[in-house]
Structures are given as structure tokens and as C-alpha cells.
Design a protein around this ligand. Structure first.
Ligand code: ZN
Length: 136
């Protein structure tokens, strides 16, 4: 068996294990241990984004499943939290409201003027619906 001495000078090009192309060594990342990666930079970035995409889906699936399985627990916990922190939340809300009161007033007035027709129509509709329900 012939022993090949490893040269200290880096190779000029390298075969990418992924796309099978021979590319200049500058197309490969140098690892911390001074060896070059087996796949080229473009394949690596493609792999990374694929991995990320796949994982994103998986993560999404996981959370969805987790939510489905623990829905009641999650809702219950949220409700618990609100109950336990009711005063705090109310205070925060009130403070937020006070801090933004002028702005809110202005905004709601603006909103009202901008959507006057729609709001009036909606009110009319809902009162009509109520009447209709009563006559049923
Ligand atoms: Zn490649």
C-alpha cells in the first residue's frame, strides 16, 4: 500500500459531494479544524435554507399539534393567569388608556368621521336584525 503524504498547501480545487462539480477551493468553507467542507458554499446555503424550511414546517406542525392536544390546558392556564392578575391587567390597561387617552379620542373621532356611513349602516342593520328577531 502506497502511503500518500498529506501536503500542507491547500488544494486548489475540490469535488463537491453534493452537486458533483469540481470547484475552486474558494467555493468551500474552511472548517475550524483546517479541513475544507465536503460540499460547496452554494450547496451548503441551499441545504441550510432547505433545512430551515423543512424545520419551519415541522415546527409549525409541532406547535399546532401541541396546541390541539393541550388546548384546554392552554386556555385554562391563560384564564388562570388573567384571573390571578386581573387587577394588574386592569391597572395596566387603565394606565395605557390614560396615557393614550387624547390620542385614542382623536383617533376614534377620526375613525368615526372616516367611517361614518358604514358605522351608521351597521347600527341600523343590527337594530333591524334585533327587531326581526323579536317578531319571530
Ligand atoms: Zn456543490
Amino acid at each position: 500500500m502506497k502511503y500518500q503524504k498529506r501536503t500542507s498547501t491547500p488544494p486548489k480545487e475540490r469535488l463537491c459531494k453534493k452537486c458533483g462539480k469540481i470547484k475552486p477551493i474558494s467555493e468551500f468553507y474552511l472548517r475550524k479544524d483546517n479541513y475544507y467542507r465536503y460540499i460547496c458554499k452554494s450547496c451548503e446555503s441551499k441545504q441550510m435554507s432547505e433545512y430551515y424550511e423543512k424545520n419551519k414546517e415541522r415546527r409549525h406542525e409541532y406547535y399546532k399539534k401541541y396546541y390541539e392536544l393541550n388546548k384546554e390546558k392552554i386556555i385554562e392556564r391563560r384564564r388562570e393567569y388573567i384571573k390571578r392578575n386581573y387587577e394588574k391587567i386592569r391597572q395596566q390597561r387603565r394606565k395605557w388608556y390614560q396615557d393614550h387617552r387624547d390620542e385614542l379620542k382623536k383617533r376614534s373621532l377620526e375613525y368615526y368621521y372616516r367611517n361614518r356611513e358604514r358605522i351608521l349602516n351597521r347600527l341600523r342593520d343590527s337594530s333591524k336584525r334585533k327587531k326581526e328577531e323579536k317578531t319571530k
